[in-house]
Design a protein around this ligand. Structure first.
Ligand SMILES: Cc1ncc(COP(=O)(O)O)c(C=O)c1O
Length: 371
């Protein structure tokens, strides 16, 4: 009798392990509160209009959702404007899935995906390596984290399919300016697709930030990925989308199963798009927090990278893993960047003023004690 044959072309990852939930950590930690400042979430939560929309749909959950996501795409197009149409959009169950669909559509065993570390490497590896594709790293310039367009263009060969452009970049919080993007778009050959991962785009306050939708409208080989997890405050819902020229967007959308968006996500996404006032409130709050936290870090003599996102990277004399552990003992969950080969750097997701202030107090104490 023959045996079950595994697909040897693919390199699957280990099944996701159990991570302690915030509740688990809270239980282990005892009575004092744990501040979740590790996942670049939105501390102000979703729009109340989204909660209302979800509540209104909940009683009808015994029925399947609409077969098509057209209502959501219409809502997205209304906020994007620029002459984009519903044909330019495909939706995914999260920004991550919107990226994953691109990989499924374009990567075959032996193909290459270029990324520039430190970046969202774990996720980009996860969408590509199970398909048998190879990750090629053209690192950002050390310290400044500038994108090296010439080096990326040089790394392109006939197996290159995707170039991942994380902008603002996670975990550095820095942006690639429009001049660099222009040079990249001018230099790529026709068989290469640029993936502009712009899930933090709402938070950018930098006139040099590229207008990537312009390249979509010009019909270039680019997919821009957005998410409802960040400025919209809907990380728990898992909703995102991609924007590309219609033949590309339709091809990627065709990889989706039917009924791919659930009823709650469709209703929530439409309501979220309809409440841009909430997005503006979140963005202005977190931009102000970014400024305030940076000023405090400066006062404390702590090195940081000026963020264009709802998180920031800082560096101390302590190994990042040790600092992460010491912060957790005091009730602050942050992400050390050892895996991104930044041994002394830690990423802070901006919280409310109360959380940020409490975190800075704990950081100051830990650093004083470690001196
Ligand atoms: C750069 C980047 N891209 C994509 C995502 C995926 O976001 P989601 O799957 O929650 O939409 C994240 C999440 O943190 C991210 O940091």
């Amino acid at each position: 009798m023959s045996q079950l044959t595994y697909n040897l072309d693919i390199q699957p990852f280990a099944r996701a392990g159990n991570r302690d939930s915030l509740e688990d950590l809270q239980e282990k930690h005892g009575p004092s509160k744990i501040y979740q400042l590790a996942n670049n979430e939105n501390p102000l939560g979703p729009s109340p209009k989204v909660i209302d929309a979800i509540s209104a749909v909940a009683p009808t959950l015994s029925y399947y959702p609409d077969y098509s996501d057209i209502g959501l795409r219409q809502a997205i197009v209304r906020i994007l404007g620029r002459g984009l149409t519903t044909e330019h959009i495909y939706t995914g169950c999260s920004g991550f899935e919107s990226l994953e669909l691109i990989a499924r559509g374009f990567l075959r065993p032996g193909d290459e995906l270029i990324l520039s570390s430190p970046t969202f490497t774990g996720a980009y590896a996860k969408i590509s390596q199970p398909l048998g594709a190879k990750v090629v790293d053209v690192p950002l310039r050390p310290d400044s984290f500038e994108y090296r367009v010439d080096a990326v263009l040089k790394a392109i060969n006939e197996r290159t399919r995707l170039i991942m452009l994380c902008n603002p970049n996670n975990p550095t919080g820095t942006v690639m300016p429009s001049e660099s993007m222009k040079a990249l778009m001018r230099g790529i050959p026709d068989h290469v697709l640029v993936v502009a991962d712009e899930v933090y785009h709402h938070f950018v306050d930098d006139p040099a930030y590229p207008d990537s939708l312009r390249y979509v409208l010009e019909g270039k080989n680019i997919v821009v990925v957005h998410s409802f997890s960040k400025a919209y405050g809907l990380a728990g819902l898992r909703l995102g989308y991609g924007i590309a020229k219609p033949d590309l967007a339709n091809y990627i959308a065709g990889l989706q199963r039917g009924f791919h968006q659930n009823k709650l996500a469709l209703a929530a996404g439409i309501a979220a798009c309809g409440d841009q006032g909430h997005v503006h409130k979140v963005v202005s709050y977190l931009r102000a927090e970014a400024k305030w936290v940076c000023a405090q870090l400066e006062r404390m003599g702590i090195r940081y990278w000026k963020p264009a996102a709802n998180f920031l990277l800082f560096e101390t004399h302590m190994p990042g893993d040790d600092l992460q552990g010491a912060l957790l003992e005091r009730g602050f969950l942050l992400r050390a960047q050892t895996r991104n080969e930044l041994p002394n750097a830690v990423r802070l997701s901006l919280g409310t003023r109360e959380a940020n202030q409490a975190f800075l107090g704990a950081l100051g104490t830990i650093l004083d004690e470690s001196n």
